[in-house]
Design a protein around this ligand. Structure first.
Ligand code: F3S
Length: 398
């Protein structure tokens, strides 16, 4: 991979330890994937924030980088393993909280914005069309590539951090035109009537477009929250982190229609629910906000919880960014949700918080949330916000 004189000096250690280490990572990646150069990035999203996933080895790695590392571009953080303020209320142990705070402190010393959300595009890290990025959260990567038309590979935590210290990333994969062509056409002949149907659609397309880039036709309209949910699901269940949706996402006008064509019928959506939903009728954990709730979703939850009470056998979380929660505070949604017995889980989510062994049966709006909660040994049910609220109030799935 070609390096400019300045990049070579960075690799030689002229700018200190963190930059040298980062250049080593970027050069190694560039050589593996055949990049011919580094390209400037407009922003970075760093995943791998939960102490639950990092452990002491990860914390040590971060502390070493934080000794002299300063990010060169806007860099935001994915969810951590706990709500950074109200962790006690979510049942997080003191020991875990101390370690998680050390992780956050290391990121903070690097100059990273402690945003702790997987929807950076809703809180100010909004890329431009065509901008190169180094993002590492699969749902956000898919949203940036597909809905915005920016360009990013699905980075790992260390490679995203390396790009933040250097301000550049190796130019390969989804940074290049030739790798962004659609390779499977998906004609959707199904009606989507609720938010979770978009998760089910993502499941079906992800399974059919295994490691391909789908060009999706037949969808008439899509709201931001629906696209957000679809992005999380389609990449979790198998597709590449880029899709085109005719009439809805950028660059579909001159797109070459792929030869391979498959259809999605109503029965595929039903099958997706059958596969995602386990055979369980009680619910002890309900979580909405995967990806993190927008203010609109929070307002829907508040409206549904007016004059109702969460079952004492059920824990109910609204996972969201602290920014969205602050807006919810001002509009009175927080008070309504908390008066009903619900809890806000800011800065964190059901997949990265240490939940294994705490709950047995989850209800959620999110197909991705179900995927990761099964890894935490939970049975799962996916449905609309209304169905999730009903489960939270009754402790049952009906
Ligand atoms: Fe976000 Fe966690 Fe879901 S990172 S997309 S809320 S699994």
């Amino acid at each position: 991979m070609y390096l400019t004189e300045k990049e070579q000096r960075m690799l030689d250690g002229e700018e200190g330890y963190a930059v040298r280490k980062s250049m080593e990572i970027l050069v190694a990646l560039g050589n593996i994937y055949g990049a011919d150069r580094l390209v400037k990035v407009g922003s970075v999203q760093v995943a791998g924030v939960s102490y639950h996933n990092l452990g002491d080895a990860g914390l040590e790695f971060l502390n070493e980088l934080a000794r002299d590392g300063q990010v060169k571009v806007l860099t935001t953080l994915n969810p951590a393993g706990m709500d950074l303020e109200n962790w006690r209320q979510l049942g997080i142990s003191q020991e875990f909280a101390e370690k998680q705070n050390q992780v956050i402190d290391a990121f903070s010393r690097m100059g990273i914005l402690i945003s702790c959300t997987c929807t950076p595009y809703l809180i100010g890290n909004l890329p431009r069309y065509g901008e190169h990025l180094a993002w590492s959260e699969s749902s956000a990567v898919t949203f940036a590539n597909s809905v915005i038309g920016a360009r990013t590979n699905r980075e790992g935590g260390p490679s995203a951090l390396a790009a933040a210290f250097v301000g550049k990333t190796p130019c390969y994969g989804l940074h290049l035109d030739e790798n962004r062509a659609a390779d499977i056409k998906i004609q959707v002949n199904a009606n989507l009537t609720k938010l979770s149907d978009w998760g089910a659609l993502g499941y079906s397309i992800g399974r059919k477009a295994e490691n391909k880039i789908p060009y999706i036709t037949g969808i008439k309209d899509a709201e931001l929250d629906e696209l957000k949910s679809f992005c999380a699901s389609v990449v979790t269940y198998g597709a590449k982190p880029l899709f085109y949706m005719k009439g809805i996402t950028p660059d579909t006008e001159n797109l070459q229609t792929p030869r391979e064509i498959v259809t999605i019928e109503q029965r595929d959506i039903r099958e997706a629910y059958d596969n995602i939903n386990d055979d369980v009728d009680y619910i002890d954990f309900v979580c909405v906000g995967c990806p993190h709730c927008s203010i609109k979703e929070i307002s829907e939850v508040a409206e549904l919880l007016k004059d109702r009470k969460i079952s004492e056998n059920t824990e109910f979380w609204v996972a969201t960014s602290r920014t969205a929660k602050q807006l919810a505070d001002k509009r009175g949604y927080t008070a309504t949700i908390e008066n009903a017995g619900g809890k806000f889980a800011c800065d964190t989510c059901m997949a990265v918080a240490p939940l294994k062994g705490r709950f047995k049966a989850l209800a959620t709006t999110s197909a991705k949330g179900c995927f990761y909660s099964r890894q935490n040994d939970m049975k799962t049910k996916m449905g609309s916000i209304e169905e999730c609220i009903e489960a939270a109030v009754t402790g049952k799935w009906s």
